[in-house]
Design a protein around this ligand. Structure first.
Ligand SMILES: [Cu+2]
Length: 178
């Protein structure tokens, strides 16, 4: 069994489809849009010994008919998780905090190294490969999506990115031949 096959197995276990229905607040309220969000390729980067910061990456797809807004994330292992965006300024790679990200209907956002990511501050213990961390994503309409996120070593991270890139390529290809 080679590594990429193993990774696919891991992915199959951790990728899930979430349909979160909003409660109706009262009888005459117009129907709240149901939030259909799919999270794939989620992982947390293993922490560097001696540090209490790490980051998390994933692909979030809005399968619904209306724009949803990602407001942030929470986890027991971190008291502060922020949405960050990498950007170049004056030839330097910098990170800036975003309050939220809109995901249009039928669109996906990709959190990946050198781009969008979750930054986990003050983690309560070192994070190593083989661990799994529960992460709750907060969306507009007070919808919550809780996922189990594996911690990846740098090698696993490389394999994961390759798998995600391959899939994106295949989807482009498929679309092209449609
Ligand atoms: Cu960051």
């Amino acid at each position: 069994m080679n590594n990429s096959y193993l990774l696919l197995l891991l992915c199959t276990c951790f990728c899930s489809f979430f349909g979160v229905a909003n409660e109706l607040s009262n009888e005459k309220a117009e129907l709240e849009p149901t939030l259909f969000v799919s999270v794939e390729y989620a992982y947390i980067r293993s922490s560097i010994p001696g540090t209490t910061i790490t980051s998390s990456y994933m692909t979030i797809e809005n399968k619904g008919e209306k724009t949803v807004t990602l407001l942030g994330a929470t986890s027991k292992i971190s008291s502060r998780i922020e949405i960050h965006q990498h950007s170049m300024s004056d030839g330097m790679m910098r990170m800036r905090r975003l309050d939220s990200i809109n995901i249009n209907a039928k669109q996906r956002i990709v959190l990946q190294p050198s781009g969008l990511h979750f930054m986990l501050f003050d983690i309560t213990a070192p994070l190593q490969a083989q661990q799994t961390v529960e992460l709750t994503l907060n969306f507009s309409n007070k919808s919550l999506v809780t996922i189990q996120v594996p911690v990846y070593s740098p090698l696993q991270e490389k394999i994961a990115q390759q798998a995600a890139a391959n899939l994106a390529g295949q989807q482009r290809q498929a679309h092209h031949h449609h």
